[in-house]
Design a protein around this ligand. Sequence first.
Ligand SMILES: *Cc1c(COP(=O)(O)O)cnc(C)c1O
Length: 467
Amino acid sequence: MAFINPNGNDFDQYRKLVDSVTESMLEHLTDAYNKRTVPIHEVSFMESLPRIGIPSAQIVEGLQRVIEQSINVANPKYMGHMDSVPTLISCAGEFVSSLLNNNMLSIEMSPIFSKMETQVIKEIASFFGYDESSGGVMLSGGSLANLEALAVARNHAFSSLHKGLHSLEKQPVIFTSEAAHTSIQKAAMLLGLGTDAVIPISVNEDSQMDVKDLDQRIRSASKEGKAPFAIVATAGTTVTGSVDPILQISEIARRHNLWLHVDAAYGGALIFSNKHKNLLNGIENANSITFNPQKWMYIAKTCAMVLFKNGEILEQNFRITAPYMNDTVTTNIGEISVQGTRHAEILKLWLSLQQIGTAGYGQLIDHGLKMMELYRDEIKRRPYLQLSSKPQTNIICFRGISGGVPESLDNWNYRLQQHLIQEGNIFLSLPTYRGNRWLRAVLLNPFLNEDIILEVFDHIDNFYKRT
Ligand SMILES: *Cc1c(COP(=O)(O)O)cnc(C)c1O
């Protein structure tokens, strides 16, 4: 029963398998509030792979152990990372995409999904202020989106699509803030520039790129004989959720004639909130944008995209036509993507957008920001807690500070994190920031409310009183 036989029989057999998997998932998820957020014992699954296949019912039983030992993003007390609880309809979309198993490589292999991807991407691009000339593709994550954006920027600046970089006399360099995502360095490494080509720009006390430092470093890099070609601004930094001053950065990019890429993998979703989209002012000037609906749009992983203000520049600086396609006039997605075969991630995004609506997404974003304000105020109310920076989105980074805390701060904060996991089933992450350990909350869960936040602070207070 490994395959669905197309003979029209055995419907009930297949349904039994699908129903039993669905049932255990729904039982697990509807009760997620009472389940562990993160496993507290060593995880285990099985001894070895069977030589002879085992019955489906037994497999589904074994699956239960995997489900129980997984990270539980459905519990609102899981608030440590940018992993959101996915919309149910996006998971249904994932299932349908998998069963249809079309290939985004070419139109021939995925006619409806190729069209859907191109159209939905255009519409999302228009939210960011791009016009009809925009282009873009979906990719399996923001790291790939950043890689592709910087590949196009590099090829555009140095005409390196065909001849590469060997004839360049100057070292190409990219400017991005100290708080930028590590995928920028990975991209520089993969693009043959090396990680040294990423020049870090200092940040202000709120973790935003310092535009004066940016301007200065561009000038001195040019004086030193380097070849600046791109600036990467971040909308929603990984540790503190900060948003760089994109408008000011876009003016500097224009003045120095540099490509501006905005890594809005996380913060891009703010564009759907009328109340908060001003944080992204200037993003319409970017040459390219990374955006991950798998984060703040609650789409099952993976779901990410790279958008280009000018789709022609993407074509001219990235497209490799495939000889096995019968149509070389229309662009197949695989020709303008760093990935080849990919499944139809667009379906789950399209379905979720239909169910929630763009205004509904705005409400989800607003809820996250409201939760951040409550959380922030609870921190401010306690003199023994300190904020890392002024939180701008739904990410909040804080720690306990001395006074009543005798031992080393890092160790105290580590023990607080463990206490929250053990005693409260609350998961916060523990990033290193400015050389120290901090606690970080990502307030994504739509079921997060004031009561849960107060519960978190009760546990923090208890720990504080005990130490
Ligand atoms: C998440 C994130 C990335 C990386 O995206 P992946 O999907 O993990 O590859 C890059 N930049 C920022 C700002 C992010 O938040």
